[in-house]
Ligand binder design. Structure first.
Ligand code: VG1
Ligand code: CO
Length: 552
């Protein structure tokens, strides 16, 4: 253990005025990096966290990030502020690399841990001119619930200053123990514990045999946090050839790309699977490792369908053989999983967007699996969505079924019918234009029921609000729903993770029974709804955009 020679001096810095823009969004506080680099900005938010999170003094905190520009500096600031706040122990990782699901696991397994601080803006690009972010997790390992985030925000609004210790930077290049005043800093390997957890949930012998039997796969880490985890799992433990993991070295700017595993931002991978024949399976994860994209040869798996498939096959997988307590999906996620839950006769919950809303259900043992349309899938093994877990789950199913991804999907739809689904994102829309589009539609809602739309009729139009079945807390204003008589629907939401202008998300869904047309292109199957949505909300007119930025 290295110890600072003397007890570090604590400096109290006063703010000329508290920051008024530190309200966390869907998942943490995300801002362009230059905003976080303003004097006192990061410190102010951290001070509010340290004042608000219960049990900080004397407690244990987990700290790490996705390796983006600013990661190292932020860890240094957190360690010095933790010392000033007399945190008992801070667990951080070599080079500060820690995926969001691995952080969740570390929080849950570390004695006396009161929560964690994850430095990531997730799928947003990184670098000096791109985005940075701070996510705060509670003692259960999950994202701060709304009440905690609101309390942190309230604290920032009236903050007069912050306390920080004057110490030299702690080296993070290798595991070890250090002492900063009364605070112990433990630097641990951020990969190993997580990999052990995966080995408990999945049969690695079966996977090794299957993957070695002529089922070539490729994984794209997009130069983000999952690189070291994926190399360890796929190349070291499952014996796949070096190079199976593409872009495996975490870079501060993710190589200049968006670390967002979708068809637009992970195009080289998508092209390899959708146009080439080299691989039977491909996958990618996002900046902080909680999202996943699953691809088969000539087959893209829609994330809503992925949750349904995982649910349908769960008992074939080692860690889930005892069956599922229930499942949950976010409101805009398609009802594909609902159909499976009905067959399995297990409860299916519908929550607002954001992983934080699954926490109470997971903690209460009401659900085992949950997911979102935004490439997020997970289970009760941690309290975050988990990209590599989803990839291993899919491979485990394929190892039992011994068929292609496309065949698995065809069989699934032939059993449950198909929920055609797509999300259209309009990014960097001018704030006022987006607010006007949303507000205009919101005001129309009470008059919409009974009106014709998209060759159908509107059954119900409302703004989604949610009462948590476990703790009774309520969350309103969670997206505008237009539900049609046929069961089709369209949802309008404004993103809570974007940092430039506004992002409008339009979610479209149409059900086709299992004796219907199951092999249409989703954009074709949804064409009347796409057109109807524009008619109803004037998307082109308000945004000035004729096509979405990203289509999933
Ligand atoms: C988006 C997704 C949401 C997800 C959130 C955080 O939020 O839609 O489903 O939980 O990102 O994911 P929004 O408000 O932009 O629609 V991550 O991987 O960025 O932490
Ligand atoms: Co993420």
């Amino acid at each position: 253990m290295t110890a600072s020679a003397t007890t570090p001096q604590v400096r109290h810095v006063s703010l000329a005025a508290p920051f008024q823009d530190q309200k966390p969004g869907t998942s943490g506080l995300r801002r362009p990096t230059p905003v976080f680099q303003q004097p006192h900005y990061l410190e102010s938010f951290l001070e509010a966290v340290l004042q608000t999170l219960p049990g900080v003094q004397g407690g244990t905190l987990v700290v790490g990030g996705d390796g983006r520009y600013g990661n190292r500096r932020a860890i240094d600031v957190i360690l010095r502020m933790a010392c000033a706040h007399r945190v008992g122990r801070v667990i951080t990782t070599t080079n500060g690399i820690l995926s969001t699901p691995a952080a969740s696991h570390l929080i849950r397994t570390s004695l006396g841990c009161v929560g964690g601080i994850i430095l990531s803006a997730s799928h947003n690009p990184g670098g000096p001119e791109e985005d940075f972010g701070v996510k705060v997790n509670g003692a259960n390992g999950g994202p701060a619930p709304e009440q905690l985030s609101n309390a942190i925000h309230q604290a920032t609004l009236t903050l007069q200053g912050y306390a920080v210790a004057e110490t030299a930077a702690i080296p993070l290049d290798q595991p070890g123990h250090h002492r900063l005043g009364t605070t112990v800093v433990e630097v641990v390997d951020g990969v190993e514990d997580f990999v052990v957890l995966m080995q408990k949930l999945f049969d690695f012998d079966q996977l090794r045999e299957f993957l070695g039997s002529g089922f070539p796969i490729t994984f794209d880490a997009l130069h983000a946090v999952t690189g070291p985890y994926a190399r360890r799992i796929f190349e070291d433990l499952l014996g796949l050839p070096a190079g199976t993991v593409r872009h495996g070295a975490p870079l501060e700017d993710f190589g200049g790309g968006h670390p967002d595993p979708n068809l637009t931002y992970a195009k080289p991978l998508a092209d390899a699977l959708l146009q080439g024949d080299e691989f039977s399976f491909g996958a990618a994860c996002d900046g902080d490792g909680d999202r996943n994209m699953i691809l088969g040869r000539r087959c893209f798996v829609n994330p809503s369908d992925s949750l349904a498939v995982i649910t349908a096959h769960a008992t074939q997988v080692k860690g889930y053989g005892q069956g599922l307590a229930g499942v949950a999906r976010s409101m805009p996620t398609s009802a594909a999983v609902d159909a499976v839950a009905e067959t399995l006769a297990i409860p299916c919950y519908e929550t607002p967007t954001g992983w934080k809303f699954f926490g109470t259900l997971l903690d209460a043992g009401k659900i085992t699996l949950c997911g979102e349309e935004s490439f997020g899938t997970g289970s009760d093994h941690v309290r975050e969505k988990d990209g590599l877990w989803a990839v291993l789950f899919w491979l485990s199913i394929l190892a039992t079924e011994r068929c292609s991804v496309a065949t698995l999907m065809e069989r699934h739809w032939a059993t449950y019918g198909r929920h055609y689904y797509s999300r259209h994102d309009y990014e960097e829309v001018e704030q006022t234009a987006a607010a006007e589009l949303y507000g205009t539609l919101q005001r129309q809602l009470p008059r919409l029921a009974g009106q014709p739309l998209a060759g159908d009729r509107i059954r119900q139009a409302d703004e989604f609000s949610y009462t948590d079945p476990v703790d009774g807390s309520t969350s309103s204003r969670q997206g505008l729903r237009i539900l049609l008589e046929s069961g089709s629907r369209m949802i309008f939401r404004l993103s809570g993770t974007g940092t430039r202008g506004a992002t409008l998300r339009l979610y479209l869904e149409r059900y086709e029974p299992n004796n219907g047309a199951l092999n249409l292109d989703p954009q074709t199957a949804l064409a009347p709804l796409i057109h109807g949505a524009d008619q109803l909300a004037g998307i082109r007119q308000h945004t000035g955009m004729s096509t979405p930025t990203v289509i999933t």
